[in-house]
Ligand binder design. Sequence first.
Ligand SMILES: NC(=O)c1ccc[n+]([C@@H]2O[C@H](COP(=O)([O-])OP(=O)(O)OC[C@H]3O[C@@H](n4cnc5c(N)ncnc54)[C@H](OP(=O)(O)O)[C@@H]3O)[C@@H](O)[C@H]2O)c1
Length: 430
Amino acid sequence: MNAPLRIAVAGLGTVGAGTLQLLQRQAEPLAVRAGRPLTVVAASARDRGRDRGVDLSTVRWYDDAAALAADPEIDVVVELIGGAEGIGRQVVETALARKKHVVTANKALMAEYGTALAGKAEAAGVALAFEAAVAGGIPIIKTLREGLAGNRLSRVYGILNGTTNYILTTMRETGRDFAEVLAEAQKLGYAEADPSFDIDGVDASHKLAILASVAFGRPVDLAGVYCEGIRHVSRLDIEFAEELGYRIKLLGIARLTDHGLEQRVHPCMVRRATPIAAVEGVFNGIVAEGDFVGQLMLEGRGAGAGPTASAVVADLVDIATGRLVSPFGVPVSLLGRIPGAPMESHQGAYYIRLMVMDQPGVIADVAAALRDQQVSLESMIQRGRSESEAVPVVLTTHATVEAAMQKAMAAIGKLKSVLEPPRIIRIEDF
Ligand SMILES: NC(=O)c1ccc[n+]([C@@H]2O[C@H](COP(=O)([O-])OP(=O)(O)OC[C@H]3O[C@@H](n4cnc5c(N)ncnc54)[C@H](OP(=O)(O)O)[C@@H]3O)[C@@H](O)[C@H]2O)c1
């Protein structure tokens, strides 16, 4: 058997401890698959005394994770601390500067600095592997980069955040409001104490920016991702979606259009019969569309110790066997310059929900505002009658341009009889 791959792990939290457990439990089959043992020789975390359920007795301990990354007796650094800035980034930069392979689950870092880091890895002749950074246990990076290398991809989209999918699924199943379901998700540990990263779409945006780069061979462009979260999705919207034959999902979508590459994260209405609509609870699902393969979907657990460790270890096996590929599929100098498409040029159908006073002429005013922007209506539902309180009116449109929609919504929002800001949800035609 060849010499062991000497691994240093920085960060022993959910993913770090999970990775050590997996490496210990599967040591034998992994050594066979990799052609050499995968041996953890060094580790770092903040609190050395904490019981992490793993045996660290044979491992060199570092209080300073950057010093661990500079250890001359290691081959690969696994960065599982997190954060686009600070110690996580320092660990990765130090390792690459010392020509050590890097495996990371850090989506924030890869979304912000992925292209530059890939350039450094390439110059050093080492791997920068980040399967675990997108959709946890789903091997989507390898699938897009290697499995679908024979295709030109036209669209990649998916449910990239389990917390928001759990909230939307539970709202639909129980008929409860967003705030109530979020509080429950926090109690169950599915949502963080500060949930904004998930529910405002930031986490999904990071993952989409990485996916788009791999799928379309262009530099990572986080600033080019249009991002909207699920705070405004109400119980009413979910009920109306059901009535119209849709499910509401927070999707990340990267799509080639005549205006360039769209990258957007926002709540979407998707037909109930589509495979992506059936991805429920904490699960993630990703669909890729290629010219030769057609449509392909992967579904699985997007987070948690086991699934994420599974992705980290797959990257380690690649490194151990010498299967090194460019992080984004092609050398950084060959990453293309497909322009980003501005959100205003997006074209699609829309769901609109208004809360209006039930008075004569309201619908005519709304219809006039839409007509002025050449937005044509497909359907309308008016629910309930009340002279004293707002009633919901729901409209769906034919395909129209985002800029026109936004102008129409601004005009409708100013109408006296419209009592709350209009809510729109984009309808995706898959
Ligand atoms: N959790 C998931 O399901 C999941 C899924 C996909 C990707 N990820 C990504 O994986 C990474 C790790 O996530 P996680 O959930 O495992 O985080 P976590 O449970 O909070 O663990 C973070 C670890 O980093 C250590 N740490 C923090 N500051 C440090 C420092 N200055 N020096 C050394 N160690 C330090 C902590 O030490 P102590 O334990 O001593 O406090 C802890 O062990 C993040 O980039 C995250 O986005 C997570």
